[in-house]
Design a binder for this molecule. Structure first.
Ligand SMILES: [Zn+2]
Length: 312
């Protein structure tokens, strides 16, 4: 499954996160101030970019304030991110020598896989810092430690350690047990007209991932799911997600939707889905749902779905 995982945007393990050395502030400081260091600025979750196609700009270490350590690149040089959200947009753009601020998802099509993954990683980690400035237990100010991978409460009597928050969500292809094989897709409120996508939802407290798959499918469509197997996962730091993809087998086929969150759900055979994909994007280009749907479409048929290649 590993080669498949690596196709997914925002993933790939491009940096050595050097987790065992992050507590060494002196090492991090030397790394930041060495000539090979890369320091990527972010402004309110957005990348600062220049040129066309847009390229994320980098800063000099001297301009760094509130830096987090992302990891070591292939040359062993440090890659860092810093948050310039305290400035107005114009100031931030000028400081960075950039043209503009733009969300990584808007420019992801022109970034390399490593650039996209690093931009998502930096965005997600800095977002957490901006939203964990105070201790949830006692309300005191927290401080960034371990290269920005923890925050610690400044109140000595409390001293609680805070870890970056990740919100797991499951996303699944649900297939019929009976032939012909069909897949369950839905139209969500807020999506473009006529646009179908895979079912997905957040994992709740006290649930396994498999429980969450079965609950979400039942809640959204009334379909009862039996077997659930893992497919792949994708970092989704928008702002704090982790998408965990599954293949699920339906035990029932009758559909009931609430008409609120979900406008409609229906079963597609492979020829029907191929026809749909000829006229519509099959999932978001940067999202795991595209990969899950393409994998399902390719299953049981050697023919790669041509329509999917052209609808990026
Ligand atoms: Zn505290």
């Amino acid at each position: 499954m590993d080669s498949y995982d690596r196709l997914l945007t925002y993933t790939g393990g491009w940096l050595d996160r050097a987790g065992g050395r992050r507590a060494d502030a002196k090492w991090l400081d030397e790394l930041l101030n060495s000539p090979g260091a890369t320091l990527i600025p972010f402004w309110r979750d957005q990348c600062l970019v220049s040129g066309d196609p847009p390229v994320p700009v980098t800063l000099q270490a001297a301009q760094a304030d509130g830096v987090v350590f992302l990891g070591l690149d292939a040359d062993g040089d440090g890659v860092f991110a810093t948050d310039v959200s305290g400035m107005e947009a114009e100031q931030a753009v000028e400081l960075a020598g950039a043209d503009r601020a733009v969300d990584v998802r808007v420019i992801v099509g022109t970034l390399s896989p490593a650039e996209a993954a690093t931009a998502g990683y930096g965005r997600g980690l800095l977002h957490w810092h901006r939203n964990q400035r105070f201790c949830g237990a006692c309300g005191a100010v927290t401080e960034s430690v371990w290269g920005g991978h923890h925050r610690v409460c400044g109140n000595e009597a409390c001293g609680r350690l805070h870890f970056p928050k990740i919100e797991p969500a499951v996303i699944m292809t649900v297939q019929t047990e009976r032939e012909p094989e069909r897949i369950l897709l839905a139209r969500h409120r807020g999506s473009s007209a006529g646009r179908y996508s895979a079912l997905a939802g957040f994992v709740e407290v006290g649930e396994s991932l498999e429980d969450a798959v079965r609950r979400e499918v039942a809640e959204e469509t009334g379909v009862k799911v039996g077997e659930v197997s893992y497919a792949a996962s994708q970092a989704w730091p928008f702002p704090a997600g982790l998408m965990i993809g599954f293949r699920a087998t339906a035990m029932t086929e009758d559909i009931t939707v609430d008409g609120e969150e979900l406008l409609e759900a229906r079963w597609f055979t492979r020829p029907e889905l191929r026809q749909y994909a000829a006229a519509n994007p099959l999932g978001r280009p940067d999202s795991i749902d595209r990969h899950l749907l393409r994998a399902w479409l390719a299953g049981g048929d050697d023919r790669e779905p041509d329509a999917c290649r052209t609808n990026t």
